[in-house]
Design a protein around this ligand. Structure first.
Ligand code: ZN
Length: 257
């Protein structure tokens, strides 16, 4: 399933109602609490307004907001925090034409806790993989490269759970042999070579490759692609059995049952 990338903006208008997925239940959406967004300006910023060199861009503001899950029996609470950023405004005249408007302040999300899941995973996914992904979901708001690095760690955890070796034996002659540590790429190759769902697992290599190109080059599109690949692979590895069982159950049903 594709991730709805529009849900995951780190910059949001001040009047946003949000709508991030709930970290605690399967279907809930997080909506802004009635207390609204709380924006405050620290003293150092207020004092600086008296300085001759002060300009409107120098204003520093912090905000916080409480989101509540809209599924009444759940009621999970997530706190968002961040600062204010000024952006260019495009005004839509309703006929498909846009023109430049004045600049406007928007909210930059710096952290969310507990972190909304970038994708939902089944209970069959092992706890260590889930833990790494939860950290990745937290890092999403702070640092794209760190988030991708955490996805790689989740892939390592997945390979550990699948009992893929971390070392192999190298022989350089009849009496010369030594152990060699395997990198992520080698481990994924070893795993996919013996796996029944090679097609589904193939994309995992992309996440490995992404990291080897260096963290600085990773952008949000890469990150979302990696997330979708990982979600697909996790479903293939951990949910195929239960999906097949459901399919078999459906097949065994006769018309009129
Ligand atoms: Zn919920």
């Amino acid at each position: 399933m594709n991730i709805n990338r529009d849900t995951w903006h780190r910059l949001v208008p001040k009047n946003a109602t949000f709508g991030l997925p709930c970290p605690a239940c399967a279907n809930g959406k997080l909506k802004l609490d009635t207390t609204g967004v709380n924006i405050v300006e620290p003293k150092h910023s207020i004092d600086y307004r008296d300085d001759q060199s002060w300009e409107p861009d120098n204003v520093v503001e912090r905000w916080s907001a409480r989101l509540v899950c809209d599924e009444a029996p759940c009621g999970e609470i997530v706190h968002l925090i961040g600062d204010i950023e000024t952006v260019e405004v495009d005004i839509d005249d309703g006929d498909g034409q846009t023109y430049w408007g004045a600049r406007e302040d928007v909210l930059r999300v710096r952290a969310a806790f507990p972190a909304p899941p970038l994708f939902r995973m089944s209970k069959n996914v092992p706890s260590r993989v889930r833990r790494e992904l939860d950290l990745a979901f937290r890092l999403y708001w702070a640092d794209t490269s760190a988030c991708v690095a955490r996805l790689r760690t989740a892939v390592e955890a997945l390979l550990d759970h699948q009992k893929v070796p971390t070392e192999r034996l190298i022989k350089n002659g009849p009496n010369k042999s030594k152990m060699k540590r395997m990198d992520l790429y080698e481990r994924i190759k070893a795993f996919t070579a013996g796996a029944a769902h090679e097609g589904q697992l193939d994309g995992l290599r992309n996440i490995g490759n992404l990291g080897t190109h260096g963290g600085e080059d990773v952008n949000d599109e890469d990150l979302f692609d990696a997330l979708e690949v990982l979600q697909f692979a996790l479903t293939g590895i951990y949910d195929t059995k239960s999906i097949n069982a459901k399919a078999a159950k459906l097949q065994s049903k006769k018309a009129g049952d």
